[in-house]
Design a protein around this ligand. Structure first.
Ligand code: ADP
Length: 487
């Protein structure tokens, strides 16, 4: 059976290669994290499908790249409209597949998916800087050429949102795409492939291969005929991909994990600080940007902790389709066990768990209670490793110097949140923080024009606005002499 019905939509469980649906002889089982409902048997791609998808994308490249930004833009804008027309279906589908809140998918995530496509299509037409400048009478003309086949490898925590953050600029640049969604969340990408067909995107321009990273993903990333790899996921997987890319020197863009600090200074509005801290449990803590290390000035630590606790205890855990729910299930049993393993080891070490710390037995399944670890031992696993679950640590500091040492003292540098009531103070702190994105008195405000990525082990390169085109395009400088012309 190659179709399944999820949330009233017919979803193809096969790959989408060269505009055709292609099945694999092997499949794997996909279930919903909400209650373990069987969702379908998904085609499990391997070497053959990876090679076919790259070949299809390579064949489609000359015509797509020659089309130019305006003509490509027409098709991409139609695609964005189709996403908008299907927001409800996409929202329900994604919630069934990855367990994130339905209300977030409806209001924020799926509209953002449409914007990811529209924004980059328009940017390619209107904003790319085709600069020219003179050097001793010679003119330098900067142009942005399509580069070839872009392989996009994406994670399960925000499947279509993170995929279109790459698909948008790659297609707008004139590249063709092979997308490998995460194996735990294959459905929205498959439905999206149907929308690309409806939008009139030519066959082979956009391809989806389903399956496991170490199988189909490994072949794609090592393929000699690809021009770019953009990956969002974990640090260990990024290292494997970097090795796979090395033989062909394929340029990689990596957005990886984090263990971001959320700094609460003595001059902060503590209600705001508590609000922002509780937000770090969003998506059941499965957010790379989460400020999972709450660092509080000791003078306000007790008052802050009280406010935090009051709010955190009000969080409602349950079915992500219920509009009242704040925290849904974890994505998969394997990941649930990983989170539980971190917390169990912390307990065994004698770390102080002041909230949660265990599965939510009332709900059963993949629900893990929002957890807070107080004053973890510096350097211990729970405060240095990325848990990627609803597990926050709280520590105190005495001085700004100490706060900065703690904030910057990990191998990561994806994001930071600063809560302070004093602009000069906040500026002094943000100047010293090492992170790709810093939010001051706010969280998760993301403009597609802004650079996005991580410092240190949190990533390689930046995407967003011009930075995306810097990566997906082949930037070219043509130097034209004033001499030698026959006119
Ligand atoms: P997690 O461990 O949280 O699932 P990963 O970083 O392993 O995170 O997964 C993110 C994406 O990377 C998924 O689409 C996964 O299939 C893919 N992936 C995993 N291993 C490889 C690999 N060796 N080559 C290419 N892609 C991979």
């Amino acid at each position: 059976m190659s179709f399944i019905e999820v949330a009233g939509a017919k979803i193809d469980t096969r790959h989408y290669i060269g505009g055709q649906r292609v099945a694999s002889s092997q499949t794997y089982t996909n279930t919903s994290p909400i209650d373990g409902t069987f969702l379908g048997e998904i085609s499990r791609g391997g070497e053959v499908e990876a090679n076919e998808a790259v070949a299809a994308a390579k064949r489609a490249f000359p015509a797509w790249s020659a089309l130019g930004p305006a003509k490509r833009g027409e098709l991409l804008l139609r695609l964005a409209e189709l996403v908008e027309e299907n927001i409800e279906t996409l929202a329900q589908l994604e919630t069934m597949d990855n367990g994130s809140l339905l209300r977030s998918h409806r209001r924020g995530v799926m509209p953002r998916v449409a914007l990811n496509i529209r924004f980059f299509a328009e940017w390619a037409i209107n904003e790319l800087k085709h600069e020219s400048f003179e050097t001793r009478g010679h003119t330098n003309n900067i142009s942005w050429d399509p580069s070839g086949v872009a392989v996009l490898i994406t994670p399960w925590n925000a499947p279509l949102m993170l995929a279109t953050w790459k698909i948008g600029p790659a297609l707008a640049s004139g590249d063709t795409v092979v997308l490998k969604p995460a194996e735990w969340t294959p459905l929205s990408a498959s439905f999206f492939a149907d929308l690309t067909k409806q939008a009139g995107i030519p066959d082979g321009v956009f391809n989806v291969v389903q399956g496991f990273g170490r199988e189909v993903g490994a072949v794609l990333t090592a393929h000699p005929d690809i021009a770019r790899i953009s990956f969002t996921g974990s640090v260990p997987t990024a290292k494997v991909i970097a090795h796979a890319a090395a033989d062909n020197l394929t340029p990689c863009s990596f957005e990886l994990g984090g263990k971001s600090p959320l700094l609460v200074f003595a001059d902060a509005d503590l209600d705001l600080a508590a609000e922002l801290a509780v937000e770090q449990y969003d998506n059941a803590g499965q957010v790379c940007l989460s400020g999972t290390r709450i660092l509080v000035h000791e003078d306000v630590a007790d008052a802050f902790a009280e406010k935090f606790r009051e709010r955190a205890l009000k969080l409602k855990q349950g079915d992500p389709r219920d509009p009242e729910t704040d925290i849904g299930p974890q994505i998969h049993q394997v990941h649930f066990d990983r989170i539980k393993g971190f917390v169990d080891r912390a307990k065994a070490e004698g770390q102080e768990i002041v909230m949660g710390g265990e599965p939510n037995d009332e709900l059963g399944g993949l629900f893990f209670k929002p957890t807070l670890v107080k004053n973890p031992t510096p350097g211990s696993e729970i405060v240095t490793a990325e848990v990627f679950g609803p597990v926050l640590c709280m520590q105190t500091f005495k001085t700004d110097t100490e706060a900065l040492e703690m904030a910057n003292g990990t191998e990561f540098g994806l994001a930071a949140v600063v809560v302070s009531g004093d602009r000069d103070h906040a500026k002094r702190i943000t100047d010293e923080l090492v992170a790709g994105t810093i939010w001051v008195n706010c969280f998760f405000v993301r403009d597609l024009r802004a650079p996005f990525g991580g410092s240190k082990k949190s990533g390689v390169g930046r995407e967003g606005g011009n930075w995306s085109f810097d990566f997906y395009a082949d930037v070219k400088n043509t130097v034209v002499s004033p001499n030698g012309w026959k006119e």
